[in-house]
Design a protein around this ligand. Structure first.
Ligand code: FAD
Length: 381
């Protein structure tokens, strides 16, 4: 029987889930707080380390084949190409017409036993008016990119940091493009040891090759905790990023100062520069960088469930906060055999940054075997 399925987030995984659900004849609404694939739009200048084959699904490729040019499956797209040549056509394909509501953020989610449809989803329309939608099944595909961790100890804000949130880059800056002038021949402080910081350090390295006064201080809390080599990593360019980080740690080049075991104690700023104070290997280090880039990963934002935890029917979001080495394929909410609430995509990995699109495609496939009660169902075959 057709179900009414609500999906939070029109990122790559929300769209694939919507397509899968519509292909099975369900009724679907996708709430998106910005534009389609809004988070990917933020880092559109980055080249993916997955080729088209692993970034897309056979179902998606089939659906867009009539409306967008075919993609060479072995090539590595930029995030811009991925969004414009795959995700946008997907969101506009005939199956999803009328399903995706851009600029409609979800503000609350609750489960109530009254009424036919168990989920109450509070959202705002494009004019900012609040409304409530009901659904049988809720898929949270809202990602984590909107909630960066702070630069202070354990992802908490360092003294002075909240006041500077609009001046610090908490998302990957376009070092070689839009933001070039802010970094060229300037001193940048990069905090964090993630794939995103590796992308920024690689770009700063390229910039420093031409603009010789470019300087970087790279402060890392615990390098072993974040990025580490994956044995026989099939994604070569991801492997190369890790190799770059290890090389920079072992042999810092002239343009780079490496601060290990560094905890940000405080940060302030004048109109001209920041003053950042670190505790590093038992000593206090003070720096005066022109720019600060803090890339310490992301945390899931569970604020939309706040009302749900006090509602009669519980929605358990606690599982999302885990920082496991081996994350769940997906997290289900509710108790026992509840198979009506799922967290998919990057958010299902909590603070673990190893999520890959391919894993999200497998989650989509897997949850519909549960929803349909058919363990052999696989529309990607
Ligand atoms: C720089 C970078 C490079 C990466 N490269 C790769 C790669 O090469 N290969 C790979 O497999 N993976 C890669 N990843 C990891 C991962 O695949 C991406 O992060 C991917 O975008 C996750 O997809 P998602 O749909 O789970 O979440 P997102 O892409 O984050 O999408 C979530 C969507 O939900 C929306 N949203 C959030 N909150 C709300 C709300 N309250 N109401 C309504 N909408 C909301 C957001 O606006 C967004 O559009 C990369 C990640 C980053 C950050």
């Amino acid at each position: 029987m057709a179900k009414h399925i609500a999906i939070i987030g029109a990122g790559p995984i929300g769209l694939e889930a919507a397509l899968y659900a519509k292909s099975l004849g369900h009724d679907v609404v996708v709430f998106e707080r910005g534009c389609v694939a809004a988070n990917i739009e933020e880092w559109k200048f980055v080249r993916l380390f997955s080729p088209w084959l692993l970034s897309t699904t056979s179902l998606g490729r089939k659906v867009i084949s009539g409306i967008a040019p075919l993609l060479p499956l072995e090539q590595y797209p930029t995030a811009r190409d991925f969004r414009e040549r795959y995700l946008l056509p997907l969101s506009r394909c005939s199956l999803l017409v009328g399903c995706v509501r851009e600029n409609n953020p979800v503000t609350s989610v609750a489960k109530d036993s009254q009424g036919d449809l168990p989920f109450r989803i509070g959202a705002k329309d494009e004019a900012g008016r609040e409304y409530v939608e009901r659904a049988d099944i809720l898929l949270d595909c809202s990602g984590t990119y909107g909630s960066p961790r702070w630069a202070g100890d354990h992802g908490n804000p360092a003294p002075g940091e909240p006041e500077l949130r609009d001046r610090v880059f908490y998302a990957i800056p376009d070092v070689l493009g839009q933001h070039r002038d802010r970094f060229a021949d300037h001193h940048t402080l990069v905090i964090g040891c993630t794939y995103s910081s590796a992308i920024v350090l690689r770009d700063l390295q390229d910039l420093a090759a031409n603009r010789r006064r470019t300087m970087v201080t790279w402060a890392v809390r615990r390098p072993d905790q974040a990025v580490h080599p994956i044995l026989n990593d099939p994604l070569r360019s991801r492997g190369r990023l890790v190799e770059l980080l290890l090389r920079l740690i072992e042999h810092p080049p002239g343009w780079l100062q490496y601060l290990s075991t560094a905890v940000l104690e405080s940060i302030t700023a004048t109109n001209r520069h920041f003053t950042a104070t670190f505790r590093s290997n038992g000593r206090i280090v003070s720096l005066m960088p022109d720019e600060v880039v803090s890339l310490n990963g992301f945390r899931p934002d569970n604020s939309m469930y706040e009302s749900a935890t006090s509602a009669a029917g519980p929605i358990k979001a606690a599982a999302l906060d885990r920082e496991d080495k081996a994350p769940p394929t997906f997290a289900t909410g509710g108790s026992g055999s509840d198979s009506s609430f799922f967290v998919l995509g990057a958010k299902s990995y909590g603070m673990n940054s190893n999520f890959l699109l391919q894993a999200g495609h497998m989650q989509v496939c897997e949850i519909f075997t549960v929803i349909e009660g058919n363990e052999n169902l696989d529309l990607y075959q």
